[in-house]
Design a protein. Structure first.
Length: 163
């Protein structure tokens, strides 16, 4: 079957098997390898991307389900014009929020979704938000600090300033 979706603002089209998972579409057809493939059971969260603005586990989402929709991956977090990192990406660097890096893309996508809903979450809220993303290296302390760093370093949207 033929699918067309907007991935990180760019329209992509490919002929796929109906059973192809979104994670494989992104990695193999779209060439975006930032999304990691971990468990195939939606337990680890390494494959988290956004589908129409909502976080989904791409290892249990069919690519066909994204046909006609918008997908955002970790590669789409940085500013497409300037290349400036998203505060979440910068926070992971500043606060050493990664070790092996395997969970990092999904953790960042989950964190960005949280901060878009709640720009100033407390530690408990952050921990609850990332509870669907497993990290086997860090113990989560630096990840939580990275997300708090991002929360305090976000720029204010120009529409919010004028309101």
């Amino acid at each position: 079957m033929r699918v067309t979706m907007k991935v990180n603002g760019q329209e992509t089209t490919a002929e796929i098997e109906p059973r192809l998972l979104l994670v494989h579409y992104l990695r193999e057809s779209a060439g975006l390898t930032g999304t990691h493939w971990g468990c195939d059971t939606s337990n680890c969260g390494a494959c988290t991307v956004w589908l129409d603005g909502a976080p989904v586990k791409s290892c249990t989402t069919l690519a066909a389900m994204a046909d006609g929709h918008e997908v955002r991956t970790v590669e789409g977090l940085a500013d497409p014009v300037t290349g400036d990192l998203d505060p979440v990406q910068q926070g992971f660097m500043e606060e050493h929020g990664l070790q092996c890096g395997f969970c990092t893309p999904g953790m960042m996508m989950t964190a960005r979704a949280l901060l878009d809903r709640n720009p100033d979450p407390d530690e408990d809220t952050i921990r609850e938000a990332i509870s669907g993303n497993l990290c086997r290296c860090t113990g989560y302390e630096n990840i939580v600090r990275a997300i708090r760093w991002a929360a305090t370093h976000q720029t204010v949207d120009s529409q919010e300033v004028s309101a």
